[in-house]
Design a protein around this ligand. Structure first.
Ligand code: ZN
Length: 297
């Protein structure tokens, strides 16, 4: 008797601390998942491959989608598609995720940035559903954004480098040099997790009323203003480790309201609907991988 293997999709949320691997069916039921620590490329990738290979004896994996940290080549027409470019994670520069997984698993492999993946997942199943213009911004060890503009991902075949825009200084933060190793005081240099750490110590130990939160919100509000003024986004989804701090979001909204100064006539109610946390919580990247896998024809 021939038994057909169940068809499933594979996804990876490739992050700075872990590679989250998932298998899911057509209806978004999770079949299996593991988290592999991000160490040297060979160790991390071998463990991911082993996970999918062993699942392959039980399931028919249709395709793999990877939503990854950058910078990386996400142009499917490029010979370097899926290759990490020189960036903060030096050991990963030159590693070609696409070729490694395609050779090992012999299935189609689709790759995009973690934030584009998370944005696509939020568009399909989360807070950006039915929007033609939306953004997903991650604020963690770095800052990055995926932007949907008129129903298309902006900046293709590249990806936005929104984390490195310039921002106006908070009056109480004029002297800090910033932590971006390229620009110093860009958005990432002033509002990422490491930037908070550099000025104020471990953010987890800061009281709610510490000025650090107001400084952070001031910069992130400017990012939101830039996204609305440039792309007229209908939703800005703020994810990443720094946004786990619950009391930051209201401060960002208040600064956004003040900085817009009535332009576009948005009320606080409008802003509540505009600036949001991910509906898919910290799984947006992982579901982004599944969305990418499902996009394979
Ligand atoms: Zn920078």
């Amino acid at each position: 008797m021939i038994t057909r293997k169940k068809k499933v999709f594979a996804g990876i949320d490739a992050g700075g601390t872990s590679f989250k691997c998932i298998l899911a069916d057509d209806n978004r039921n999770v079949i299996k998942q593991i988290s592999v620590p991000t160490s040297v490329p060979q160790d991390t990738l071998e463990q991911c491959i082993e996970f999918f290979r062993s699942a392959g004896s039980e399931y028919k994996i249709i395709a793999l989608g990877i939503a990854s940290f950058g910078p990386l080549d996400i142009d499917p027409r490029s010979k370097n598609y899926g290759t990490y470019l020189p960036g903060p994670k030096l050991k990963w520069a030159g590693v070609n995720l696409h070729d490694i997984f395609k050779t090992a698993l012999r299935i189609p492999v689709v790759i995009d940035t973690d934030v584009n993946g998370a944005l696509l997942a939020e568009c399909a199943w989360g807070h950006a559903k039915n929007h033609t213009n939306a953004a997903y911004v991650t604020i963690g060890t770095g800052i990055g954004a995926g932007i949907l503009c008129a129903g298309q991902l902006a900046a293709k075949p590249h990806h936005p480098e929104f984390g490195h825009i310039r921002v106006e200084r908070h009056p109480a933060d004029k002297d800090f040099k910033g932590v971006c190793n390229i620009h110093g005081a860009c958005l990432e240099g002033l509002a990422s997790g490491p930037s908070l750490h550099a000025r104020f110590g471990d953010p987890q130990h800061l009281p709610k009323d510490h000025e650090a939160w107001d400084i952070l919100a001031f910069y992130l509000a400017q990012a939101c203003v830039s996204l609305v003024l440039s792309f007229r986004v209908q939703a800005i989804i703020l994810g990443g480790g720094v946004m786990q701090t619950q009391h930051v979001l209201p401060k960002i909204k208040q600064h956004y309201f003040d900085q817009m100064n009535g332009y576009l006539g948005q009320s606080m109610d409008d802003i509540d609907k505009l600036i949001l946390r991910p509906k898919l919580a910290n799984q947006a990247g992982m579901w982004g991988g599944i969305y990418l896998a499902q996009s394979v024809e």
